[in-house]
Design a protein around this ligand. Structure first.
Ligand SMILES: NC(=O)c1ccc[n+]([C@@H]2O[C@H](COP(=O)([O-])OP(=O)(O)OC[C@H]3O[C@@H](n4cnc5c(N)ncnc54)[C@H](O)[C@@H]3O)[C@@H](O)[C@H]2O)c1
Length: 472
């Protein structure tokens, strides 16, 4: 689906006119393409608060990005600690002193704020970001690392919670297609950051900003993520895969090495068969609301040796305000968007066709977070998805299965193309990126959750919305 405004704004004549009359210019976001052998290409500036403990893990991951060149800001309390970590990690970290005049641009500004133990120490955030914030490159990344506030004693808890406000505000200030996100890393998960850093620092997170993700300690050592084929040898089922976001998810998981089973309703059989053939996968014509759907999915999975990943993407809208809501509209939306997912999960978990160390990834919506006029049924169903993720995560952790959700904002699909022009334009621009996302942006986030290296990442709901103002 095309965004005419963005195309014109980025043409040379359009760019001059739009700049002159101060209209927003939505930058073409940098996205991942096969062959990009380094998850970060360019200069990375790292800094840390005193007593922070995550830098050894961070440098260990950055070492696997051949095109990254690492610097540390002179004058930060942790300068010598970072240099010590760099020696044990075997990476070169150059000193950098900021001056207004230098033309330095950083692709990444990364602050390890895990050591901040009270509100006074939050000053280190200003000390790190203020001199360099204008030196963030187009489509750059700000990443702040902290400790989960709920696991901290009171003074530290208050300060760590403050990082959310910092990051969300930075996301709104930086512009130029750049993003700002926060990762809370639990005690014991210091060396399990591979997939999380690769995702947030790379073009795979192009449309993810203002988000908070929690990484917990996995019960076993998590293998580092293979950047090219993280899902090699895995079997993944994607529901609602014949078009739109589901198709992009299937393509992305297949690109990452998974064998994909693509599922959709029988009327989509032709599209589904073509997709399965193109991805060398398996097509499943199933209506997920049918009484025998869980059994059919389970036996199809068992024929292939059991599922590693299930992505609950199929979803529908039947919009009406509550006053005019028909029974059929309400029931159908609840059944497709949540009840069928509950039934399928129950069956796959009961009979073991979702394997140990498996991944469940659900597609919610920012409507499920913010609510939306005319979408009481849809928003209820998508909020239920969030409830399911949060409710099932602790129980599934016993089988080392993770469950997470993505909550897309305005994504350029046939669904959003059908929205009347004025509402569509407002939806597209009301976010920090000033544009809609692409289906692949949702798919990349799902690929991150599905990665074997994301073992400690569970119970999260991550918006893929360019930091939409709705429900922010
Ligand atoms: N497009 C957006 O901006 C947006 C925003 C937020 C959330 N979402 C969510 O993302 C998901 C995909 O959305 P999309 O825009 O690609 O929609 P879409 O309508 O293009 O695709 C949905 C797919 O699900 C299939 N499907 C519907 N009912 C089914 C059933 N009973 N059994 C099996 N398959 C069924 C459809 O046939 C279709 O192929 C949905 O869950 C949607 O709610 C989309």
């Amino acid at each position: 689906m095309s965004d005419l405004y963005q195309t014109i704004a980025n043409s040379s004549a359009g760019n001059r006119v739009f700049s002159a009359i101060k209209l927003p210019i939505p930058l073409q976001l940098e996205r991942y393409s096969v062959g990009l052998n380094s998850f970060v290409a360019g200069d990375v500036l790292v800094g840390a608060a005193a007593n922070s403990q995550l830098m050894a893990g961070v440098l260990g991951v950055l070492k696997t990005a051949p095109a990254a060149s690492i610097h540390t800001l002179v004058g930060m309390p942790s300068e010598s600690a970072i240099q010590k970590c760099s020696v044990s990690a075997g990476v070169n970290v150059a000193n950098y002193s900021a001056s207004r005049e230098d033309k330095q641009r950083f692709k990444v500004l990364l602050l390890d704020a895990s050591g901040i133990s009270n509100t006074g120490e939050l000053a280190v955030c200003k000390q790190f970001f203020q001199p360099v914030i204008r030196k963030l490159a187009n489509c750059g990344r700000i990443l702040v690392l902290g400790r989960p506030p709920e696991q901290c004693e009171l003074d530290r808890r208050i300060a760590q919670r403050g990082l959310e406000g910092l990051v969300k505000s930075l996301g709104k200030e930086i512009g130029n297609g750049a993003s700002a996100n926060l990762v809370y890393v639990a005690e014991g998960a210091e060396h399990q950051l591979h997939s999380t850093l690769q995702f947030f620092l790379s073009p795979k997170s192009a449309y993810v900003s203002g988000q908070v993700v929690r990484v917990g300690a996995a019960d076993f050592d998590v293998a580092p993520c293979d950047w090219e084929k993280p899902l090699a040898g895995k079997l993944a089922l994607v529901t609602g895969a014949a078009q739109g976001i589901g198709m992009a998810i299937a393509e992305t998981l297949a690109r990452d090495g998974a064998t994909v089973m693509v599922l959709d309703i029988p009327p989509m059989a032709d599209k589904l068969a073509k997709l399965a053939a193109r991805l060398d996968g398996v097509a499943l014509e199933v209506d997920i609301t049918a009484a025998d759907a869980p059994a059919m999915i389970s036996s199809a999975a068992q024929v292939q040796g059991g599922l590693d990943i299930i992505v609950h993407n199929a979803g529908i809208t039947r919009d009406k305000t509550m006053a005019g809501m028909k029974d059929d509209f309400w029931n159908k939306v609840i059944d497709v968007n949540i009840s069928s997912e509950e039934r399928i999960n129950a069956r796959l978990l009961d009979d073991g066709s979702l394997k140990e160390n498996g991944r469940i990834v659900c597609v919610s919506s920012i409507s499920g977070i913010a609510g939306n006029m005319g979408q009481t049924n849809y928003a209820t169903s998508k909020a239920c998805v969030i409830g399911m993720v949060q409710g099932m995560a602790p129980e599934l952790a016993r089988k080392n299965i993770t469950i997470n959700a993505v909550a897309p904002g305005f994504i350029e699909t046939q669904m959003t193309d059908a929205i009347p022009f004025a509402i569509r334009e407002a939806g597209r621009r009301m976010n920090s990126m000033k544009q809609g996302g692409q289906p692949v942006d949702v798919a990349e986030a799902i690929g991150y959750f599905a990665s074997p290296a994301s073992q400690g990442v569970t119970g999260n709901v991550m918006r893929v919305c360019g930091q939409s103002l709705l429900g922010a």
